[in-house]
Design a binder for this molecule. Structure first.
Ligand code: XCC
Ligand code: SF4
Length: 629
């Protein structure tokens, strides 16, 4: 018997999503929600993390026996070990994603230095010098490209296994570094920790759940203070700093009379070039010759965040909006790099005239048009991509076009540098606001969407609950679009905030939720926390701050959550990872980590309860710092 379909209103809180879910059903396009239903009921063993596939004596699945004892896998691994190993590999996967992205930027920087990437340049020499000096380069009297070459070498070295501590770890308060050394979680090499995690979880190695979990923390720290931080800093150096500017979000940013190109994925290396090609007068002429008014670039997910923050390019949607964007029937091309791109995009595109173009050799999709992107030929390839989109415009069937009439203003482009500039060059005004209680705390809401929740209900609900309590919100990743659509990314959004936060926002003309960038840019958040802790002369775990990822789905999100916790920032998550089959591992995640790192995870699927819990801890932390609750 067919299951009753959920209504579009039950699936997403947004009008544009609801309208496109209805259209997808009419057009016969399968969406993530349809497949979510088809997958039910899920496998209990997998959900609990109690399945092991790490060798070919198995696979094994273990459960509690009648005598209350945990069954063992064929090799003898118990449930705790199996859960910890699976979790460790999950974290390694996420850390690898962010860090490999970071590496691509080092390779680009090196190519710029060697003259092999003529279409790119270093847009921010100031940051190049600053970051290089921080990492020990003597920049005095040196030419820009020479410094860049040295910086690239230093960053590459962080990936290897010859170091005791990563370069950017000097940004971490010394007390915290001492904790990391003491518990042997100081990240030594980005790739090294990931490879060691794979080694440890091979049959017959690390058979102690606590030990495996500690190495998970180390692996994630290599991501946060290594791979991701390199990704952020080098992107700023090559493509420029995000600067506060205005833009728009929601599917309404797709324009009926334009050639629409959506960029999707994570890395700005391809999308920046596609954007430049789309601005080329010759390409615009071609688009007009094809009958369009012009070329419109919109973002999806984190590539979208990169372009939104730096270039003010509008954002069409977040994770669960990506298929629905195609359903408008007005998208000529979706150009992707890697991560979070649903394989189903190929099928969705095939239902319309949309060309689905992949660019990364490490992210191929069967059925897609592949243009193997080479930074040596970037501009020419970007023009080729835009050309494909223009040709595709002529194939568009206007009878099948339906673009939601929604588009919301946002203010975007905050970075630590932009924030400092806004505050007049020093953190002091922010610290004063925190000390005085007009900003009671800071919460970074990050991450994804997950069909386990009504789309964006938790992301938006939590943000609103927090600002009401005078807690400043930072957003990254897919929460950006959610907060933007809810009106929280404009200064006027402060009307929804508590009195203290409202006053601060009004005086600085900033929104109550600040857009801090993409997922790799969570490195900005931990860096900011470290700067605040240093300024106050305390550890990060003493601060009235939180991370939150109410609707997370990806391995990367868990890596982010864990590096935040290991850095001393507690993290709320809406659903647990696949660890609940082990009481030991679950207890460590939700409380044991507190004893080591001064922070742990809060698993709370209800945003109201989550906000209350977070608020409580913020009060406690404020009191301990001698501030008003
Ligand atoms: Fe992916 Fe970064 Fe999650 Fe969005 S938020 S669904 S990881 S695109 Ni990082
Ligand atoms: Fe089973 Fe052990 Fe092999 Fe895992 S490593 S599949 S528990 S025998």
């Amino acid at each position: 018997m067919l299951k009753e379909l959920k209504t579009p209103e039950e699936l997403s809180i947004w009008k544009d999503a609801q309208q496109m879910i209805t259209k997808a059903r009419k057009d016969g396009v399968e969406t993530v929600w349809d497949r979510f239903e088809q997958q039910k009921p899920g496998c209990k063993f997998c959900e609990l993390g109690l399945t092991c596939k790490n060798c070919n004596m198995g696979p094994c699945r273990v459960s509690l026996k009648e005598n209350g004892k945990m069954q063992r896998g064929i090799c003898g691994a118990d449930g705790d070990v199996i859960v910890a190993r699976n979790f460790g590999r999950f974290v390694a996967g996420g850390s690898a994603g962010h860090s490999d992205h970071g590496r691509d930027l080092i390779e680009l920087l090196e190519a710029i230095v060697e003259g092999d990437a003529p279409d790119y340049s270093i847009r921010n020499e100031d940051k190049l010098r600053r970051v290089s000096e921080e990492l020990g380069v003597d920049t005095e009297g040196k030419a820009m490209l020479d410094i860049a070459g040295e910086l690239a070498d230093i960053c590459f070295a962080d990936f290897g296994s010859r170091k005791k501590e990563l370069g950017f770890v000097t940004r971490v308060p010394e007390v915290r570094r001492e904790i990391w050394r003491k518990f042997k979680v100081m990240p030594r090499g980005i790739d090294r920790e990931i490879a060691e995690m794979m080694h440890r979880t091979h049959m017959g190695c690390d058979n102690d759940a606590v030990s495996t979990l500690l190495h998970s923390a180390r692996t994630s720290l290599g991501d946060g203070w290594g791979g991701s931080m390199i990704g952020t800093e080098l992107s700023d150096i090559i493509f420029g700093l995000p600067k506060p500017s205005e833009s728009k979000v929601s599917l309404g940013v797709i324009k009926a009379d334009h050639v629409n190109i959506l960029v999707h994925g994570h890395n700005p290396v391809v999308s920046e070039m596609v954007l430049a090609a789309a601005k080329d007068p010759e390409m615009i002429d071609r688009a007009q010759a094809a009958g369009a008014e012009g070329i419109n670039i919109g973002g999806l997910c984190c590539t979208g965040n990169e372009l939104l923050g730096r270039q003010g390019i509008p954002m069409a949607g977040n994770h669960l909006m990506t298929e629905l964007a195609i359903v408008t029937g007005a998208v000529e091309a979706v150009v992707v790099d890697y991560q979070c791109i649903m394989p189903s995009m190929v099928q969705a595109a095939a239902c319309y005239h949309t060309k689905f173009i992949t660019t990364a050799d490490k992210a191929r999709f069967t059925g897609a048009t592949h243009i193997s992107f080479d930074t040596a030929k970037a501009a020419a390839q970007a023009r080729e991509i835009v050309d494909i989109a223009i040709k595709s415009y002529e194939e568009r069937d206007s009878a099948r076009v339906e673009i939601p009439d929604t588009s919301v203003d946002v203010m975007t482009g905050f970075s630590n540098e932009a924030l400092l500039e806004m505050l007049g060059g020093s953190l002091e005004p922010l610290l004063e606001a925190i000390k005085g209680g007009s900003i009671r705390g800071v919460v970074a809401i990050v991450g994804c969407n997950n069909p386990k929740f009504q789309h964006d209900s938790q992301n938006v609900g939590l943000a609103k609950e927090l600002i009401k309590r005078d807690i400043l919100v930072l957003v990254t990743g897919c929460v950006t679009t959610a907060a933007g659509k809810a009106g929280l990314l404009v200064p006027g959004g402060a009307e929804m905030a508590g009195e203290g936060l409202k006053k601060i926002c009004n005086s600085l003309n900033i929104p109550p939720a600040l857009h801090f960038g993409s997922c790799v840019d969570n490195s900005r958040v931990i860096h900011l926390c470290a700067m605040i802790a240093d300024a106050l002369g305390v550890d990060i775990s003493d601060l009235p701050v939180w991370g939150a990822s109410p609707e997370w789905y990806s391995e990367k999100a868990v890596a982010i959550g864990l590096y935040c916790v290991a850095s001393g920032i507690p993290v709320q998550i809406g659903t647990p990872p696949q660890i609940t089959g082990s009481k030991l591992v679950t207890d460590i995640a939700v409380s044991g980590l507190e004893d080591i790192f001064g922070a742990s995870f809060l698993v709370e699927p209800d945003f109201k309860k989550a906000a209350t819990e977070m608020d409580k801890r913020i009060s406690t932390k404020r009191k301990a710092l001698g501030l008003s609750e």
